[in-house]
Each structure stands twice: as structure tokens, then as C-alpha cells.
Design a protein around this ligand. Structure first.
Ligand code: NAD
Length: 347
């Protein structure tokens, strides 16, 4: 059987490194691009160099390319030298707060570099399946208009509400506050869809809720569960912004995301868009997460509550994954948030 070649951008990050391990174990030749920008964004908490080293030493068919995805010449050289079967684009600037400090840098990384990757794919690997890790922030803060009820530890929807099981792909992406990050990701998301629809590339967009796993380099500005567990373990203070800590997030273990990518790769539906996350099966509010971590670690986290939420922050976000489940019925969600937290704690 012909050896498969795969390109993973952001290969030392949470999503990328999981995909590297998954496809290396399948015997693929894996090329990864990552220049440790996460450390540049978030300081030493975000340093992914240890993950890169472990990938390089554990997988002999893994080739690491330490360049910036904005480097068009380096990108073109790589595409000219390898014809890829699968491209997973997971490099990105992931934080709302950071994006406001450098909107031009954020857009260049999240949007323009995504377009460069698409163009290179169109020219040099036109048959490749191209998967993009998008975000629920393409919907901006529209979810905040839902009629939440306040419960003792969380906001939630009435069980009879049509979105109780989660937000589906029909939510508007228009007339909403996205944050600068949300706009750069939306631009990329639309372009990936367009390359599927207009040029016929085998592209797929996954609009993710919160993702995590033991390889997550959680930092104050990105990766809340990982950073919360880390704060508890290292006795660091943690600040909760707005909503009294009752804001709800769904959480997906990154291995379940990569399994979803693989299902799409095996049977691509060009130009398709999927909401992807822990869904109703795996979600938690911030104060519920704090209580769970304190119980598990037999510890107390030093929490400060700030009244004002972050701009554009979701009060409640749960992904409706039914469309993906309909298209790929073999896919399973294997981790509840509790199981994810236990794994983060023992990592
Ligand atoms: N983690 C989440 O909760 C979450 C949720 C929704 C969407 N996403 C999206 O999924 C993607 C992957 O997320 P993640 O959690 O794995 O992020 P991550 O920060 O852990 O990984 C991204 C990797 O890309 C690298 N990178 C960033 N900019 C780069 C550049 N210009 N050139 C080369 N490498 C670069 C970073 O060094 C990092 O290792 C991101 O685009 C993010 O927006 C993540």
C-alpha cells in the first residue's frame, strides 16, 4: 500500500501534537510545522518545545519544520517537495485577548496564512483532504442572546429550548461581536469552505468548543481547564471574569477531535462545516470546574471574581454535534469533563 503523507501545522500544539501521534502510529510520514509561537504569545506557560522534542524523539517518520506559516517561500518549498494526502491546519493565534494587542499579526497568522496553505494545496496537493480547526467564535456573541436561566452553579437553557442540546451550524455569523480573533478565524473558516465549494478541494471546517488534553500548555489567556488545573497544582491565583463564574463551556478531549478528523479524512464531504465539542455530554461552568478540581486535588484555589466579562465572551456555549454524528455515525465521544479533569490532574 502507498505510504501516506500528511502535513500538520501547529504540530507541537494541543491539536497538532495529538494528530502527529495518531498518524505516526498508523505508519504515515508526518510533516509538522511549528515555530513555538505559543511561547511568543503567552510566555513560558505556552512553551511547546518539550512537546516538539518528544515527538521528534518518539516518531522516526515525523519531520519537524521550524518555520512560521507566514513564511510563503518556506511553505512553497515544502509543498513542492511532498505531495500530501491529508493536511490538518491547526496552527493559529488562539486568544481573544492577545488578538486585540496585535490585530494585524493575528489576521496574518489566522487568516492570510490559511489562504497561503489553501493555495499551496490547490497547486501542489489538489487531491489532499484539508481540515481546518475553526472555532465557535465564528458565531461571535450571538449565543448570549439565548434565554438562559440562572441556576445555583451555572447558566443554562430550559430543557424544552430547541438549543438545549447545543448550538448548531444554523446560528448566524453576522451582526455579532466576534473579537479580533473571532473575525480572523471567521475569514479563514469561510475561505476554507470556499476552496471546497469553488475549487472543489476536499476541505472540511470544524468549529470547536473548548478542547483540551494532557499536552495542553494552558496559559492565562488560553486553555481554561488546563490552566485552572495548573493553577491548583502550583498554588497560583486564578481570576474569573464576569457572569459570577456561572458561564458554561463544553469540553472535548483532543483525541475525540482527531478521531473526528480521521472519519472526515476517510469519507470527506467537501466544503462541509461542523460544530464540534463536548456537547451536552461534557460541559461545565467555571465554578463547577473549580469545585471539581478542589475536590479532586484536596486543595483550595485562590480565586478572584471580576464583575465585567471579557468582551464577546460566551455566557453559555454547548456545541450541537448531531450533524457530524449523522454524517459519521461511528464517531464516539469518550470523555466527560470529569474524566478530562482527572486526566489533566494526573498528567
Ligand atoms: N484549544 C481550544 O480550546 C480551541 C478551541 C477552538 C478552536 N481552537 C483552534 O484550534 C487550533 C489549534 O488549537 P490548539 O489548542 O492546538 O492551539 P495551540 O496553541 O496549543 O497550538 C497551536 C500551535 O501552533 C503554533 N503556531 C502558532 N502560530 C504559528 C505560526 N505563525 N507558525 C508556525 N506555528 C505556529 C504554536 O506554537 C502552537 O504550538 C487553533 O487555531 C485554535 O484557534 C482551539
Amino acid at each position: 500500500m502507498k505510504t501516506k503523507h500528511i502535513l500538520i501545522t501547529g504540530s507541537a500544539g494541543l491539536v497538532g501534537s495529538e494528530a502527529v501521534r495518531f498518524y505516526s502510529q498508523k505508519g504515515y510520514v508526518v510533516h509538522g510545522i511549528d515555530n513555538n509561537m505559543r511561547k511568543y504569545f503567552f510566555g513560558s506557560d505556552g512553551d511547546t518545545s518539550g512537546v516538539r522534542e518528544s515527538l521528534v524523539s518518539s516518531h522516526k517518520k515525523y519531520h519537524h519544520h521550524d518555520f512560521d506559516i507566514r513564511d510563503e517561500l518556506a511553505l512553497q518549498d515544502l509543498f513542492k517537495s511532498v505531495r500530501f494526502d491529508l493536511i490538518i491546519h491547526a496552527a493559529g493565534q488562539p486568544s481573544h485577548d492577545w488578538s486585540a494587542t496585535d490585530p494585524i499579526g493575528d489576521f496574518a497568522i489566522n487568516a492570510t496564512a490559511t489562504l497561503s496553505l489553501l493555495e499551496n494545496a490547490r497547486k501542489y496537493s489538489p487531491d489532499a483532504v484539508y481540515i481546518f480547526t475553526s472555532t465557535n467564535k465564528v458565531y461571535g456573541d450571538s449565543p448570549n442572546a439565548l434565554p438562559f436561566v440562572e441556576l445555583p452553579t451555572r447558566y443554562d437553557l430550559p430543557t424544552t429550548h430547541p438549543s438545549y442540546d447545543g448550538i448548531n451550524e444554523s446560528m448566524t455569523i453576522d451582526k455579532t461581536t466576534h473579537t479580533v480573533f473571532g473575525v480572523s478565524k471567521t475569514a479563514a473558516d469561510l475561505m476554507v469552505q470556499e476552496y471546497g465549494r469553488y475549487f472543489g478541494l476536499r476541505t472540511g471546517v470544524f468549529r470547536c468548543g473548548c478542547l483540551t488534553g494532557p499536552a495542553h500548555r494552558g496559559a492565562r489567556q488560553h486553555g481554561f481547564l488546563s490552566f485552572l488545573v495548573r493553577s491548583a497544582k502550583e498554588n497560583r491565583p486564578y481570576t474569573v471574569y464576569g457572569y459570577k463564574g456561572k458561564q458554561v463551556r463544553d469540553n472535548l478531549h483532543v483525541s475525540n477531535l482527531v478521531a473526528a478528523f480521521d472519519a472526515f479524512y476517510e469519507k470527506p464531504r467537501p466544503g462541509e462545516v461542523y460544530n464540534m465539542g463536548g456537547s451536552r455530554a461534557s460541559n461545565i461552568s467555571l465554578i463547577e470546574a473549580i469545585a471539581m478540581i478542589e475536590r479532586l486535588g484536596k486543595t483550595t484555589i485562590d480565586i478572584t471574581f471580576v464583575d465585567t466579562p471579557r468582551i464577546g465572551d460566551h455566557q453559555w456555549y454547548v456545541s450541537d454535534v448531531k450533524k457530524f454524528q449523522r454524517h459519521y455515525p461511528q464517531w464516539r465521544l469518550t470523555h466527560t469533563t470529569e474524566k478530562i479533569i482527572e486526566e489533566l490532574w494526573s498528567a
